[in-house]
Design a protein around this ligand. Structure first.
Ligand code: SAM
Length: 410
């Protein structure tokens, strides 16, 4: 609830062109980051109201010496983004309360959203590619390709500047990137939890998943999606497949699950560019290890193929087809669910609502990995070339949607 005197930030500001309104909103990012980085949510005692002096007194981190007046200005700013609520009337010092959204920024909150803010709004991902001083200039260089804006050094995605074939493998193999890689995985897990709210509410998607005995989540990171599915579907077994180092981290992350979930979860290390390791998730390999009256597998990839160029995406889809065709049961139809921020067709009722964010992520992927968010037509094309058949797209109440593909049997 807005406090007396609070100005709620509007979506656009009367009298200003829309882009100027959006630039003013963009400034909020800086204050969100400071709020998360300095652990301000943890200075609050639950939902109790506090003055800034009380918040500073609650600080136990010896490395931080808060500047009271500046902290107060940050709190007034993040109020516009819904993290705190202020009341300036009751005492000489304004009083701040942490809102429900603000509670999400606590370091110990199970949804780990502080990780999203630190990953997405901090410079860590840009530092990796040495472009933290000018992300926008770097993007301009990628688009201009030649002339004064660009040179060979600047016009590549950040991930390729790690001088490694791809940044996921760099994360896994370079100890100096361990902290960054851990933060990345935590942020992915937090996004997964948010996306799950919409995926969970989609009857269409949940009805499909409930038909299978095994769901294999390829690039499953810390196994968050698998675990969410297991909680909802008591018949299901789930396999989370990711690079060996990430899978090791996933096992640690998930070790304390209740026994009825843990006994249905497998975490397998391997890579989708390596046909030998993919054999571990062939339909027969997955079904062999489970004790279930029905035997059917569905494969899922969430936010995986958007990391890759068309060329690499074709290679991944082709590798999956080769592996799955190798030994699928004769009567088994292999389904692949691709969950991402797909660009919705312009005549789709949800396009206007969601494509602005999906287009934004598209540019983010261009900068980060050279990947992209794709349209249905682009998916049809890539799937067809690799032995898959596009079936349909299922949208959710959020920007995330699911492209469904079937393996074409020769
Ligand atoms: C953007 S994250 C998405 C993680 C998760 N699916 C989600 O939606 O939160 C991409 C994932 O792909 C994994 N990955 C990258 N290269 C891989 C490979 N060659 N084989 C298997 N997984 C890979 C990464 O380790 C990372 O967990």
């Amino acid at each position: 609830m807005p406090s007396t005197g609070m100005i709620s930030s509007p979506g656009s500001i009367a009298g200003l062109p829309k882009f100027l309104s959006l630039i003013a909103h963009d400034w909020l990012r800086r204050s969100f980051y400071v709020f998360a980085k300095l652990g301000v949510a943890d200075l609050f005692d639950g939902a109790k109201p506090h003055t800034v002096s009380e918040l500073i007194a609650n600080n136990t981190d010896q490395t931080i010496n808060f500047h009271g007046e500046r902290l107060q200005r940050i709190l007034f700013h993040v109020e516009q983004g819904g993290l705190v609520h202020s009341d300036s009337k009751k005492s000489t010092e304004p009083i701040f309360t942490l809102t429900e959204d603000g509670q999400l920024m606590r370091a110990t909150h199970p949804l780990k959203m502080q990780g999203i803010v630190l990953w997405d709004l901090g410079s860590v991902q840009w530092d990796l590619g040495g472009v933290s001083s000018g992300i926008e200039s770097h993007l301009a260089a990628m688009v201009a390709q030649q002339g004064p804006y660009a040179n060979d050094q600047t016009a590549t995605p950040v991930s390729l500047k790690l001088k490694s074939d791809n940044w996921f493998e760099a994360f896994a193999s370079r100890p100096e990137l361990k902290q960054t890689s851990d933060l990345f995985n935590v942020a992915m897990s937090a996004y997964s939890n948010i996306e799950w709210q919409a995926i969970r509410s989609s009857n269409d998607i949940q009805k499909r998943i409930s038909k299978y005995s095994v769901l294999c989540d390829i690039g499953g990171s810390l196994a968050t999606f698998s675990v969410n599915c297991l909680h909802l579907h008591p018949q299901l077994h789930a396999v989370s497949f990711d690079l060996p180092e990430v899978s090791r981290q996933a096992r640690v992350e998930q070790k304390d699950l209740p026994e009825n979930i843990l006994c249905r979860l497998r975490i397998i290390g391997g890579g989708f560019f390596d046909l030998d390791s993919l054999k571990q998730i062939s339909p027969n390999a997955l079904l062999e290890s489970i004790n279930s009256p029905t035997k059917s597998v569905v494969y899922h990839m969430k936010n995986i193929l958007h990391d890759w160029s068309d060329e690499k995406t074709l290679e991944i889809l082709y590798n999956l087809k080769t592996t799955f065709l190798g030994d699928s049961l004769p009567d088994q139809q292999i389904t692949l669910l691709l969950t991402e921020n797909h660009i919705l067709p312009s005549d789709h009722p949800a396009a206007e609502q969601f494509n602005w964010i999906n287009r934004g992520l598209d540019i983010h992927m261009l900068l980060m990995t050279g990947g992209k968010q794709r349209t249905v037509v682009q998916w049809q094309h890539l799937l067809e070339q690799t032995g898959w058949e596009y079936q349909q797209i299922v949208t959710t109440e959020s920007p995330i949607s699911v492209v469904i593909a079937k393996l074409v049997k020769p």
